[in-house]
Design a protein around this ligand. Structure first.
Ligand code: SAH
Ligand code: SF4
Ligand code: F3S
Length: 446
């Protein structure tokens, strides 16, 4: 019997890309390919790539050089590039540097079997056309690299917010929502398979909109439907844009115990001057009003954010406003980046990347140091309290310990006892660092 070709997929970038790799895995396994997690067994290597910062692209380039060296040793090896770098770098990487046999953009994954066929007949294959309506709604992702407990579902694709620094609108195209029914069905399927947590993904989930049987379903409506699938299934979502975060959504989160009490609300900067240049469409005051609403409607809700240090024209005063906003909110966690100019963005075309590297670096360090302090303070508030934890698996530190997460998305490490991954346990928190809570299970089974 002819052996199926083995595909190895390596994924970079955001959760959306990891979710896309599961769609790719599904399309390929349906078409007679096998998946492997060992690169040494691969006949085809796919790299699902990210363009968000220059550093992300550099990492992929280095990896491709390594794959090229593997191809020298096994000449039949096929190397393909997927995802956000596809359109931007196809000419350089494929034609000039001869690193690739195949390039497929985020909306071209259904064509992968044909593209691989083309490569098989000795041609190079490229498809980077973006679509206005592709959502892969009918494809059941293959959860090939999963802990069997938490998973994600893409509910929309693309982005039309055009934040001036951001490459995503150009790499992923028009915003489009996916059918609500297929999202609910996929959640039910995961629940039946024993999954206990799902994260709904989109670049701006608040603008989710779908019409079905004469009913207009907003993100709030979708959350209610997904939350109703099973009380045992926790629901998270990312990312919310502060410019459209209605109270209605917050009331829904407060009402359903399985809607996680943790909101990721990227602020990017605390300065109105920067927010204007970034085209974020809200002010510091509007943002802080949303934080007030969250605190009022969902008491105890955790908050996380994204921050960019050293954007174009950023002064010391602008930077201080970011630090003061961080203090005012008291974030539980943050992803913090130094500004990296990206081609084909509004900022690259119209603004100057004029904050010196050393200044960007120092400001970023001040932001990170402050966040560590804030995270520790937030975590210390939980010490002495009992929290509900969904167990995800064995802790890296010790065989005798599990780790899991609270509804507020805090990682908790505790002695195993006779509990099992996938179970909910109550844990008394006994200690905390800025990254982790330590505790003891309080309701051990007989
Ligand atoms: N759609 C989401 C996430 C986009 S990418 C949102 O709107 O929040 C994740 C984060 O990367 C962004 O929130 C931003 O903080 C950061 N980012 C995006 N482009 C960047 C750039 N050019 N340089 C540095 N950080 C960037
Ligand atoms: Fe980028 Fe802004 Fe869209 Fe987020 S909302 S993906 S930061 S353009
Ligand atoms: Fe990167 Fe594309 Fe996600 S640029 S952050 S992989 S949408």
């Amino acid at each position: 019997m002819k052996k199926n070709k083995n595909i190895y997929i390596e994924t970079y970038g955001c959760q959306m890309n990891f979710s896309d790799s599961e769609i790719v895995a599904s399309i390929l396994t349906e078409n007679g390919y096998d998946l492997t997690t060992e690169i040494s067994r691969a006949d085809i290597i796919f790299v699902n790539t990210c363009s968000i910062r220059e550093h992300a692209e550099e990492r992929v380039r280095k990896r491709l050089q390594f794959f090229k060296s593997l191809r020298k040793k096994s000449p039949g090896l096929i190397i393909g590039l997927l995802g956000c770098m596809a359109d931007r770098t196809k000419t350089a990487l494929m034609e000039e540097e001869q690193l690739l046999d195949l390039v497929a953009g985020p909306d071209a994954y259904r064509h992968l079997p044909q593209l691989l066929g083309q490569v098989g007949s000795g041609q190079k294959a490229i498809d980077t056309i973006l679509s206005a309506d592709e959502t892969y709604a009918d494809i059941t992702p293959v959860r090939y690299d999963s802990n069997g407990i938490s998973s994600f579902i893409s509910i929309m694709r693309g982005c039309e917010n055009y934040c001036s620094y951001c490459v995503v609108p150009s790499t992923r195209g028009q915003e489009r929502s996916r059918s609500a029914m297929t999202i609910v069905n996929e959640t039910r399927d995961l629940s039946e398979k024993g999954f206990r947590e799902v994260t709904l993904l989109g670049q701006n989930v608040n603008s989710y909109c779908w019409e079905e049987d004469g009913e207009k379903i907003t993100f709030t409506g979708l959350l209610e439907k997904v939350a109703a699938v099973s009380p045992l299934m926790r629901i998270r979502f990312a990312t919310s844009h502060p410019k459209d975060m209605p109270d209605e959504l917050l009331h829904t989160i407060a009402r359903f115990p399985n809607l996680c009490k943790s909101i990721h609300l990227p602020v990017q900067s605390g300065s109105n001057h920067m927010l204007g240049l970034m085209n974020r469409k809200y002010t510091r005051e509007v943002y802080l009003d949303r934080i007030r609403a969250i605190r009022e409607i969902i008491p105890g809700c955790a908050l996380s954010t994204d921050i960019i240090a050293g954007f174009c024209d950023e002064t010391e005063a602008d930077h201080q406003e970011t630090l003061s906003l961080m203090e005012a909110v008291g974030y539980d966690a943050a992803f913090m980046f130094r500004y990296s100019e990206r081609p084909q963005t509004l900022a690259a075309d119209t603004l100057k990347d004029n904050v010196p590297d050393a200044v960007k670096e120092r400001r970023l360090k001040e932001i990170i140091d402050l966040q560590q302090k804030l995270s520790l303070a937030r975590n210390l508030e939980v010490v002495g309290k009992t929290v509900g934890v969904l167990i995800e698996g064995r802790s890296k530190r010790s065989e005798n310990q599990f780790f899991g997460r609270t509804s507020t998305n805090k990682v908790v490490v505790f002695n195993k006892g006779n509990s099992l991954p996938g179970e909910y346990v109550n844990v008394m928190v006994t200690g905390a660092t800025s990254a982790t809570l330590l505790g003891q299970v309080v309701d051990l089974k007989e």
